[in-house]
Design a protein around this ligand. Structure first.
Ligand code: COA
Length: 322
């Protein structure tokens, strides 16, 4: 048995901020942001109630409805996020409570923009070993609370949102997957947790924000995604021409075009919504997948290559039959 996706859902905050809105906050322009990243707008939460748990729960409810399963049918809830509402409990436990999915084991995965792929990998391993048979995998981020809104090199790139899939153990679905990490480059993209305020430690109580060496991340993504693709194609005994769609982490349109060029493939094989959503980290792939599912683009039997890459450094990939 292996992982088969049987339902998708997404939640995007109603509030959007255009590049012109960004130009009111920091010294930037629509022209700079559009040409460097392809981003035109991003969705941002606009109330304290519209938080990580809320977005994750809404996306999960929609994915459940799309799958036909009920909350009590679910064995595992995995939430990939770096922007939980609480240090503890996990977002997954909060979502379990909100859904009433009382039979599920629930936990979070912290693997940044590769988090959703780590979730798919983990659930596929559970299904193959026969431990569990159904799961909800959610990617959700409220990145707007951890970016520095005075740093133009990062704040224009990110957005908020959630995407979810419901998966069940089946004979078909996941053909091959992989995940990896390289902590030696941890400092390329980071956001420190709160500092220790015990009486024996003297540290500043300032919050820390996302820091990124954009060019290093860019080079890493353009190198790593084709590497992952080749490994998985070899494992599954397939060729690049067998792949119908490449659903890659939506960090930046220039990363997508560079990868397509490297693989000598047309851009219509690389669906993208980065212009509308910005980079939503762990949420980007399931949001895009739900959009394509709702639009009827994905057809039964289509071969999808998924790949996420980001802070850690981390990466993950999957070859999946729809
Ligand atoms: N508006 C206007 N100017 C900006 C700007 C903004 N929002 N952000 C940075 N700049 C300026 C810089 O200050 C710099 O100016 P300087 O030359 O006077 O110092 C100039 O633009 C070039 O900056 P640089 O960082 O070299 O730009 P770049 O061409 O590498 O593009 C990114 C920056 C972030 C768009 C690009 O590196 C990138 O896409 N990286 C991948 C990031 C990513 O996707 N991360 C998430 C992965 S999970």
């Amino acid at each position: 048995m292996r992982l088969k996706i049987i339902g998708t859902g997404r939640y995007l905050p109603e509030k959007t901020a255009t590049n012109d809105d960004m130009a009111k906050l920091v010294e930037t322009s629509d022209e700079w942001i559009s040409t460097r990243t392809g981003i035109k707008q991003r969705h941002l939460v606009s109330s304290p109630e519209e938080n990580t748990t809320y977005m994750a729960t809404e996306a999960a409810k929609r994915a459940l409805k799309n799958s036909g399963l009920k909350p009590e049918d679910i064995d595992v809830i995995l939430v990939a996020t770096v922007s939980s509402d609480y240090i503890t409990p996990s977002t997954a436990c909060m979502v379990q409570r909100e859904l009433g999915a009382f039979n599920a084991v629930s936990f979070d995965i912290n693997a940044a923009c590769a988090g959703f792929l780590y979730g798919l990998n983990t659930v596929d391993a559970y299904f193959r070993s026969g431990i569990y048979k159904t799961a909800i995998i959610i990617g959700v981020e409220t990145l707007s609370k951890i970016v520095d809104w005075s740093d133009r090199s990062t704040c224009v790139l990110f957005g908020d949102g959630a995407g979810a899939v419901v998966a069940k153990a089946d004979e078909t679905g996941m053909l091959a997957c992989l995940q990896g990490s390289d902590g030696t480059h941890a400092d390329v993209l980071e956001c420190k947790a709160r500092s220790n305020n015990n009486p024996y430690v003297s540290t500043s109580k300032d919050f820390d924000y996302v820091f990124m060496n954009g060019q290093e991340v860019f080079k890493f993504a353009v190198r790593k995604v084709p590497e992952c693709l080749n490994q998985l194609l070899e494992k599954a005994n397939l060729t690049v021409n067998d792949v119908d769609y490449f659903l890659l982490h939506q960090a930046n349109y220039r990363i997508l075009t560079s990868i397509a060029k490297k693989l000598n493939l047309p851009m219509d094989k690389f669906p993208s919504n980065v212009d509308q959503c910005g980079n939503t980290s762990a949420a980007s792939i399931p949001i895009l997948m739900d959009e394509l599912n709702q639009q009827g683009v994905l057809k039964e039997g289509d071969l999808l290559f998924l790949s996420g890459f980001g802070a850690g450094l981390t990466w993950g990939a999957a070859l999946l039959k729809w």
